[in-house]
Design a protein around this ligand. Structure first.
Ligand SMILES: [Zn+2]
Length: 154
């Protein structure tokens, strides 16, 4: 959430997701995958290692704004992300879900996104101590490099 708030202050369109999509350098923007209707981006301030988000390419705020194709692709790519993170990071479990609207806790209420947070047995303490800590760029780049081949194969 902190990442979304701070990153949103200096963008041009008012949406950090749309700005990252328009940036022109997917590796620098931590974008792992672009599909027909959705994309996958690493959270720069992850709740846990490998925390990524699956979001529509279109600036849509709510699940009710997606068409059937986008809904199907959103869930299919979420499933792929689970499979890829399990294989590449050895994740033992996952938290997946969406926060709709500011009242629902969405960090970017204007642009729908599905969180995929890999979990490992005994990681609760790790999460609580690092939830508000910026992860070093090298660590994000390392995670990106581990996950990218899986998404390239989709
Ligand atoms: Zn957007």
């Amino acid at each position: 959430m902190a990442y979304m708030s701070s990153a949103g202050e200096s963008n041009a369109t008012g949406c950090v997701f749309c700005d990252h999509l328009a940036q022109g350098d997917d590796a620098a923007a931590n974008i792992l995958y672009r599909g027909d209707g959705v994309f996958v981006i690493l959270n720069a301030f992850p709740y846990n290692t490998g925390h990524l988000m699956v979001a529509p390419l279109r600036h849509a705020a709510d699940v009710t704004e997606l068409d059937d194709t986008e809904r199907g692709e959103l869930f299919a790519v979420t499933c792929s992300a689970v499979q890829i993170a399990r294989g590449a990071l050895g994740a033992e479990g996952f938290n997946t879900g969406m926060n709709l609207g500011a009242a629902g806790g969405a960090g970017i209420p204007g642009h729908l996104h599905m969180h995929v947070v890999p979990r490992w047995s005994g990681d609760t303490n790790f999460m609580s101590t690092t939830a508000d800590t910026k992860v070093l760029p090298e660590m994000l780049a390392d995670t990106y490099a581990k996950l990218k081949p899986g998404f390239d194969a989709l």
